[in-house]
Design a protein around this ligand. Structure first.
Ligand code: RB5
Length: 158
């Protein structure tokens, strides 16, 4: 397992992702990774966009360089996080998506479904993501096009 010494993880969830967040944190802390938990801190019902936003803004401000957000499916938090400029949030649901989210999409936020994945799966997929390397080249060109979508009118093709 390759080590990821400069990785600073910001993690957050809604109530439906809370239990998985706690278990995943435990696994990642055992791996020696440092985590900033932005909540939620219990299973009381909350709104997932609030926690997706907290994680996304912490990544944009440099407090962390990998965000992990969890809701029931991973879908709601990914939709919300992707509204923040500079965020590339990917729902990860198997080994292949864990690897490609890094190698092709250079995701800076990964999303899990607390009602869809076990702690062991989410841990394994996080490790696969961390151990993969962004491939650049044509994938960088595609990411540049995604970035251009965030600033309409600046590409000359409004
Ligand atoms: C909350 O019940 C649930 O809707 C939320 O966690 C998430 O799955 C939304 O995408």
């Amino acid at each position: 397992m390759k080590e990821s010494p400069q990785i600073r993880i910001v993690i957050g969830s809604d109530h439906a992702g809370f239990s998985l967040k706690e278990s995943l944190k435990h696994h990642l802390e055992k791996d020696g990774l440092s985590l900033l938990d932005v909540g939620t801190f219990n299973e009381d019902s909350v709104d997932y966009p609030d926690f997706a936003e907290k994680v996304a803004r912490a990544i944009c401000s440099g407090e962390g360089n990998l965000g992990i957000v969890l809701c029931g499916t991973g879908i709601g938090v990914s939709i919300a996080a992707n509204k923040i400029k500079g965020i590339r949030a990917a729902v990860v649901y198997n080994d292949e998506t864990a690897s490609l989210a890094r190698r092709h999409n250079n995701a800076n936020v990964i999303c899990f479904g607390g009602r869809e994945a076990s702690a062991e799966q989410a841990h394994a997929w996080t490790r696969i993501f961390l151990d993969a390397t962004f491939e650049g080249g044509r994938h960088q060109r595609r990411i540049d096009k995604i970035s251009a979508l965030e600033s309409p009118g600046t590409s000359g093709k409004s």
